[in-house]
Design a protein around this ligand. Structure first.
Ligand code: ZN
Length: 69
């Protein structure tokens, strides 16, 4: 178990905790953001394709919902 610095308030917090006890910042969300950032740097092309696919799916869903009415 290590200590990390809270990106929100800068206090030292456990890296096992779900949220910062000082400011309530969600460490899990920050970790997920960092993970996605790292993935994006490692595979920029794959990530772009995935993002494009994600947008297409969202738009498709919206249009499908609108068309159903
Ligand atoms: Zn904090």
């Amino acid at each position: 178990m290590g200590m990390i610095e809270c990106p929100q308030c800068g206090e030292e917090i456990s890296d096992q905790t779900k949220s910062c006890p000082h400011c309530g910042f969600s460490v899990q969300v920050a970790r997920l953001g960092r993970y996605l950032e790292r993935r994006q740097k490692e595979h920029p092309k794959t990530y772009r394709v995935l993002k494009f696919f994600f947008i297409v799916v969202i738009f498709g869903l919206v249009f499908w919902l609108l068309a159903r009415r």
